[in-house]
Design a protein around this ligand. Structure first.
Ligand code: SAM
Length: 340
């Protein structure tokens, strides 16, 4: 420990690090207001920002494409229920043995984290999001943090038995850097698991309705995403090659179809489709508003016309649309300990 010459106050020089620029002495005199400044920052994050009558998170620098208001929270929870039917209620496919630390990135309403906390009572589940929309009453081993996953992670390296992300496609600017951080903070022998949906929905060949407006919506949504600097597409090769680049090994891939509408014969898929249809009818406007009107320059009226056509198509029992769902899990090799 070194000592500051002027005041004899001990301070630690970070190894090889640069000092952080301090505010000027004038601003420093306002230091007594730190509590009110924190309170005002917290309240602005809690309040969010509004656009087109919808609320978005107000986390500084965080991307905001999709709202976080109650309507969107309902969509997330209904979508979760529909996915769980397709995934046979599996919380994680990674072969975990007595996990101690689990991380859920972009937890949304925290529903997966709560399920994981109940499934693994011996583990601490840390779940993060840009939006403070998680419930207060949760299992004692689940805790939520407001955090931007694209900033530097402050947890210890080699810490998590599982790093989990579900439906984060369209939210992340730099996947390589995110996976590199996930690798660093996963325990050797621990896992990363991605449960993703490709935003390019599919009309399967049995469909009696060509789903033209739905396909147009997916394509235009993708173009708007590109303008916003994000990719709304995902694929097995993208996911596995990105994980391998970060250092993960033994990628295991599972593929599912999440129907939109109760058109499948099998009861479980039919129920999943019914829920997903409801999530889409409820949520398609929230998914589109910012991307279409802000990034792609559509007028609100143009968007509303397209959305009305998409809703009509998806309600048609002859429209056999589904989302491709891809689950990939991979392991951090034993013996690859990151140094701090
Ligand atoms: C589509 S939702 C998925 C929520 C949840 N994983 C689920 O499957 O229900 C994406 C979530 O990721 C959050 N998110 C987006 N970018 C993020 C970031 N950089 N760091 C942390 N959370 C982020 C959003 O606020 C949103 O709640």
């Amino acid at each position: 420990m070194e000592t500051s010459a002027s005041e004899g106050v001990p301070y630690v020089v970070p190894p090889g690090g640069e000092t952080v620029d301090p505010v000027s002495d004038d601003a420093d005199s306002a230091y007594g207001d730190v509590e009110s400044e924190t309170a005002s920052l917290t309240s602005s994050i809690m309040a969010g920002r509004f656009e087109n009558g919808r609320r978005y998170h107000a986390y500084q620098d965080g991307l905001y494409m999709f709202p976080d208001d109650e309507q969107e929270q309902d969509r997330l929870d209904i979508k979760y229920a529909s996915l769980q039917l397709v995934l046979s209620d599996t919380v994680t496919f990674a072969p975990l043995e007595d996990p101690q630390q689990i991380l859920d990135i972009g937890t949304g309403t925290g529903i997966w984290a709560i399920d994981a906390g109940e499934k693994f009572p011996g583990a601490t589940v840390t779940a993060t999001d840009l939006s403070p929309i998680q419930p207060t009453w949760v299992p004692p081993n689940v805790r939520f943090e407001i955090d931007d996953a694209e900033q530097n992670w402050t947890w210890p390296p080699n810490h998590f038995d599982l790093v989990h992300m579900r439906t984060m496609t369209g939210c992340i600017r730099d996947w390589d850097s995110l996976y590199a951080q996930a690798f660093r903070h996963t325990k050797p022998g621990g896992y990363i698991e991605l449960q993703e949906m490709d935003y390019m929905g599919v009309i399967q060949p049995t469909s009696r309705n060509p789903g033209t407006s739905f396909v147009t919506w997916c394509v235009e949504q993708g173009h708007a995403g590109q303008k916003a600097g994000i990719n709304l597409r995902t694929s097995i090769s993208f996911m596995t090659s990105s994980l391998e680049k970060a250092g993960f090994v033994d990628c295991k891939v599972l593929e599912f179809k999440l129907p939109i509408g109760p058109w499948p014969k099998q009861q479980r898929l039919r129920n999943a489709g019914l829920l997903q249809l409801s999530a889409m009818l409820e949520g398609i406007e929230g998914l589109s508003l910012r991307l279409y009107t802000y990034y792609a320059g559509w007028s609100l009226d143009e968007l509303k016309v397209l959305l009305a056509k998409v809703r009509t198509e998806l309600r048609d029992p002859g429209c056999h649309a589904y989302w491709p769902v891809i689950v990939v899990y991979a392991r951090k090799p034993e013996g690859t300990k990151a140094t701090s």
